[in-house]
Design a protein around this ligand. Structure first.
Ligand code: UD1
Length: 342
């Protein structure tokens, strides 16, 4: 029988790609999403790719009654992947309570109900932001957690602590915490991808919108960093590679009796790429020019960070595979598809 998985935030960017991978691996998926930063049409994209329309509950997972009702009406959920969270760093500084409520209350609701409804495992979306500005790169999971520089980052740190404390209390659940580096790209079918609301904050949606002529020019935030070309360095990880890691993590929690009750993995490629190198990769692989200027540094930005992904490679048996040029082509194909739909 197919195992049933609840995906909170399943119509969002990483969530939708993970739903597809779960379905293709034979899981049955139930999504809860309040559509605050996504669109109901994402379900059509998922269905076109996998041939299966996931069960969908429109609702807010930060509301306890809504989550309880979901478990009652969808019995047999074995695992949860929790993507339902707000993620804009700047907004979190302006509206900290919104971030603490959305991100922390949602997690507590899920954890609290897991034992009662026999849910065995939860995969949690964390971020390399917990490392702050690393003392050295690549960075592995044993590196110190630095004081968070935004309420958003703090919600990720506190969430990791909440899960750890709950598991250590002897709760009958397992958890895998995944620390993402910089997820980019789109499904190669161009049927799902990133759908930012308004003016994008993140590099790739801003870049693809500029290439499409929606934005006049991209500003590179600083070229005076202590890096080879002066721009910041990140570990850009393809969203489908990232989605696949969630499926592997879920199978490990549900089927591997010997795995530890709580585990943490970095999800990155192990390769750092500068902002300028990424623009170059986009232009080279798509043949499309991106007008850009060098601007001032963005406050709060980390100079350079990339992952040491060996633990995920060896323990999970997962490895980032999609070449960056393919990722860029997929991001562009998705942007073109969005333009076609308008
Ligand atoms: C940020 C958060 C991260 C979060 C992620 C998703 C921090 C330190 N990082 O990652 O935790 O998970 O967003 O929301 O809180 N850039 C430009 N021009 C642009 C946009 C970006 O040059 O128009 C540069 C940035 O300066 C940065 C790089 O591109 O060096 C990546 O930026 P971005 O995509 O926003 O991701 P992060 O800041 O790395």
């Amino acid at each position: 029988m197919k195992q049933k998985i609840l995906v909170t935030g399943g119509t969002g960017y990483i969530g939708s790609h993970t739903v597809v991978e779960l379905q293709q691996a034979g899981f049955e998926v139930v999504i809860i999403d309040n559509l605050s930063n996504s669109n109901i049409e994402v379900l059509d994209g998922i269905e076109k790719i996998s041939g299966i329309r996931p069960e969908f509950v429109e609702g807010d997972a930060s509301d306890f009654k809504t989550v309880r009702n979901l478990f009652e009406t969808h019995p047999g959920i074995k695992g949860i992947i929790n993507f339902a969270a707000s993620k804009a760093v700047g907004e979190s500084v302006e509206k900290p309570l919104l971030y603490y409520r959305n991100n922390l209350v949602t997690l507590i609701n899920l954890l609290e109900l897991m034992p009662e409804f026999g849910v065995k495992g939860i995969v949690f979306s964390s971020s390399c932001t917990v490392y702050g500005e690393p003392d050295m790169n690549p960075i592995d999971e044993t590196a110190p957690i630095k004081t968070a520089t935004s309420p958003y980052g703090n919600t990720k740190q506190i969430s990791e602590e909440i899960i750890t404390d709950f598991v250590h209390s002897g709760a009958p659940i397992k958890s895998i915490i995944l620390r993402y580096f910089n997820p980019v790209g789109a499904h190669p079918s161009a049927l799902i991808g990133e759908l930012p609301n308004g003016v994008p904050n993140n590099l790739i949606p801003y870049l693809t919108q500029t290439a499409a002529g929606i934005r006049e020019k991209l500003t590179v935030f600083g070229n005076d960093y202590n890096t080879p070309d002066g721009s910041c360095i990140r570990d850009f990880i393809d969203v489908v590679d990232l989605a696949k890691a969630h499926v592997i993590a879920m199978i490990r929690m549900l089927d591997n009796e010997d795995s530890e009750p709580i585990e943490i993995f970095n999800l990155g490629t192990g390769r750092g790429l500068s902002v300028l190198e990424l623009i170059d990769s986009f232009q080279r692989s798509t043949g499309v020019k991106v007008p850009y200027v060098i601007g001032k540094r963005r406050e709060g930005d980390i100079e350079k960070i990339w992952a040491e992904p060996t633990k995920a490679n060896t323990v999970l048996g997962w490895k980032a595979e999609v070449p960056i040029d393919d990722t860029m082509r997929n991001a562009w194909a998705w942007q073109c598809r969005l333009a076609d739909k308008k």
